[in-house]
Design a protein around this ligand. Structure first.
Ligand code: ADP
Length: 498
C-alpha cells in the first residue's frame, strides 16, 4: 500500500474522529442547554405559584386585620362580636388579644399560650404599630400591633389554621394547574401538605421556598416519569447517539472493506508484474539453451554422433518445456477470458499417465530421479479432455521436479476410489507449509521462500490444475509436510454427473 493511499485512509479516519467528537460535544451541549432551559422554566413556574399563594395569604390576612381593627375601635366592644369576627375569618383557628403588660383581653378568662410572643415584639412595633409572622411550635402566628378600644396598642396574635390554608388558599391557587407538571406544597419535614394532583410516580424536579408568610413550607415541582422534557431530551440524545454510532460503524465497515479491496488490488498488481517477469525468465532459459545447442550443431562442433544425439534431445526437451509454458499461459488467459473449451470424451487413464511420464523421461533421468509409476489394472475409461488432463498432470510432475531437494523420488499412481479415479503425484521434496496450502491454487500465487527462489515459475500452474479438475467435475487434493514432501491428487469422476 503506498503512502498516498495510507494518507487518504488516515484523512478519512481523522475526519471521522473529528466528526465523532464534534457530534458528541454538540449533543452534550444541546442536552445541557435543553435541561437548563427546562429547569429555568420549572423554577419560574414554581416561583410564580409560591408568589401567588403568598399574596393570597397576605391579602386575606390584611382583610381580617382591617375588620378586626374596625371592631376594636368600638369602645363598647364585647367578646361576642369578636367571636362572630373569628367565625367569619376561618383562616385563623386561634385568636388572642393582649395589652402591652400581658393582660389577655380576648379570649375572655385566661392566660394564653401566645403570651410568650410578648417577648418577641420589639419596642418599636408597640409604638408604631405593624405586623410580623412568628412561629409558635409549627404554627405560623400573625402578630399585629393595632389600636385597642381604649386607644392603647393591643397585640393581636392570630394562629393560622393549616386546614384553612389548604382549603381556602392552596386549593384555590394551585388547584386549576394545567399541563403534566404537579406542584406540591411540602412542610419542614418534606411531608406533602397539598399536592395539586396525585403525584404517583412523578419525579421531583426542584423546590422553591415561600416568603415570610409561610416560613417553613416550600413548593416542589414534579414531572411525571417519561413525559418530562428532560427525559424527552435524554431519549432524543440517546437516539441521536445511537444513530451517530451506527453511522460511525458504517463508516468503519466501509473503510475496512475499501482497505481490503485496495490491499487485494495492489497485491494482485504486484503478483501480475511478478508473473510477467517470471514468464519472461522461464521463456528465456529454454530459448537460450535451444539456441546454444542449435548453433553448436550448425557449426559442426559436436565431436561425435552420441553428443549430437544428446544435443538434439536437449533441443527437443527444451522446446517441449517451452510449449508447456506457453500452453499454460495461453490456457490461463483463455480461462480468464471465459473462452476455454474442453472436449470431453471417455479416455483410458493408463496411456495418458504413460504419455505424460514419457514426456518427462529425459528431465527426470537427467536429474537422477527415482520414479515409480503404478497404474491399477482394469481402470475404467474416464470422460475427459485428454490434452487438458495431460497438461494438469504435467504441471504436477513439473512442480514435483522443481520443488524436490536432495531426495529425488517421484511416485505417480492411478487408482479407482469409488466413483472416482485418483491420479496421484508424490514427491519427497521441500513440502508446503500448512498456512500456504489453501493459497497455492490461487492465480499468480507463489510461495516466496528461499528454497523456491532458484526455480522460477509463473504461479498459474496449480490454478490451471484446479480449473481443469473442476471443469471435469473433479477436484485436486494436496497433502504436504514441509521438509518431507507433497502429494497432489487429481480426482476425476468416472461418470460425468452434469
Ligand atoms: P509455479 O509456477 O510457481 O510452480 P504453481 O501454481 O505451479 O506455480 O505453484 C504454486 C506454488 O506452490 C509454487 O510456487 C510452490 O511454492 C508451491 N508448490 C507447488 N507444487 C509444489 C510441490 N510439489 N512441492 C512444494 N511446493 C510446491
Amino acid at each position: 500500500m503506498n503512502r498516498a493511499r495510507l494518507g487518504i485512509f488516515g484523512a478519512v479516519i481523522a475526519a471521522t474522529a473529528v466528526l465523532a467528537v464534534l457530534g458528541y460535544v454538540s449533543l452534550r451541549q444541546w442536552q445541557a442547554s435543553a435541561e437548563l432551559l427546562f429547569r429555568e422554566q420549572a423554577r419560574d413556574m414554581a416561583t410564580m405559584a409560591a408568589e401567588k399563594v403568598e399574596m393570597a395569604i397576605l391579602k386575606t390576612e390584611e382583610e381580617c386585620l382591617s375588620n378586626l381593627q374596625i371592631l376594636l375601635m368600638d369602645p363598647a366592644l364585647r367578646a361576642e362580636s369578636l367571636d362572630a369576627w373569628s367565625r367569619k375569618n376561618p383562616l385563623f383557628d386561634r385568636v388572642s388579644l393582649m395589652d402591652r403588660r400581658g393582660r389577655v383581653l380576648y379570649p375572655p378568662g385566661g392566660a394564653d399560650a401566645y403570651s410568650s410572643l410578648l417577648l418577641e415584639i420589639p419596642q418599636g412595633l408597640w409604638e408604631r404599630g405593624g405586623r410580623r409572622h412568628l412561629l409558635v411550635g409549627d404554627q405560623v402566628v400573625l402578630a399585629a400591633v393595632i389600636l385597642g378600644p381604649s386607644g392603647a396598642p393591643v397585640l393581636a396574635a392570630l394562629g393560622r389554621s393549616e386546614e384553612a390554608v389548604k382549603r381556602l388558599v392552596l386549593a384555590k391557587t394551585l388547584g386549576g394547574l394545567e399541563g403534566p407538571s404537579v406542584l406540591v406544597v411540602l412542610d419542614r419535614a418534606d411531608n406533602q401538605v397539598y399536592p395539586s394532583r396525585p403525584v404517583d410516580r412523578a419525579q421531583r424536579v426542584l423546590t422553591v421556598a415561600f416568603g415570610e408568610a409561610l416560613p417553613t413550607w416550600r413548593v416542589a415541582l414534579y414531572q411525571p416519569d417519561g413525559v418530562s422534557p428532560v427525559s424527552g431530551v435524554r431519549r432524543e440524545a440517546m437516539l441521536f447517539t445511537a444513530a451517530f454510532a451506527l453511522l460511525l460503524v458504517v463508516i468503519a465497515l466501509g473503510l475496512g472493506a475499501t482497505y481490503r479491496v485496495v490491499r487485494r488490488e495492489s497485491e494482485m498488481a504486484r503478483l501480475k508484474s511478478d508473473f510477467v517477469a517470471n514468464v519472461s525468465h522461464d521463456l528465456k532459459t529454454p530459448l537460450s539453451l535451444i539456441r546454444m545447442f542449435g548453433e553448436t550443431l550448425e557449426l559442426g562442433r559436436a565431436p561425435d554422433e552420441a553428443t549430437r544425439r544428446e544435443y538434439y534431445a536437449v533441443i527437443t526437451r527444451e522446446s517441449e518445456r517451452l510449449t508447456r509454458l506457453i500452453d499454460n499461459v495461453l490456457d490461463f488467459s483463455r480461462i480468464e477470458g471465459g473462452r476455454q473449451r474442453y472436449d470431453i470424451a471417455p479416455h483410458p487413464v493408463e496411456s495418458l499417465v504413460h504419455d505424460v511420464m514419457e514426456a518427462f523421461r529425459y528431465p527426470l533421468a537427467q536429474r537422477g530421479f527415482k520414479v515409480d509409476v503404478v497404474v491399477a489394472p482394469d481402470l475404467p475409461d474416464v470422460p475427459m479432455d485428454p490434452a487438458a488432463v495431460k497438461q494438469a498432470l504435467g504441471n504436477l510432475v513439473d512442480n514435483a521436479i522443481k520443488y524436490s531437494g536432495e531426495r529425488r523420488r517421484l511416485a505417480v499412481s492411478a487408482r479407482a476410489e469409488g466413483d472416482w479415479v485418483a491420479i496421484e503425484v508424490g514427491d519427497e521434496g521441500i513440502g508446503i507449509p500448512a498456512v500456504e496450502v489453501e493459497r497455492i491454487f490461487e492465480k499468480f500465487y507463489r510461495i516466496g521462500r528461499s528454497e523456491t527462489q532458484g526455480s522460477r515459475g509463473s504461479g498459474v500452474g496449480l490454478a490451471l490444475v484446479k480449473h481443469i479438475a473442476e471443469a471435469h467435475g473433479g477436484r485436486v487434493g494436496v497433502e504436504s509436510r514441509p521438509g518431507e514432501g507433497s502429494r497432489f491428487t487429481l480426482y476425476l469422476p468416472v461418470a460425468r454427473g452434469d
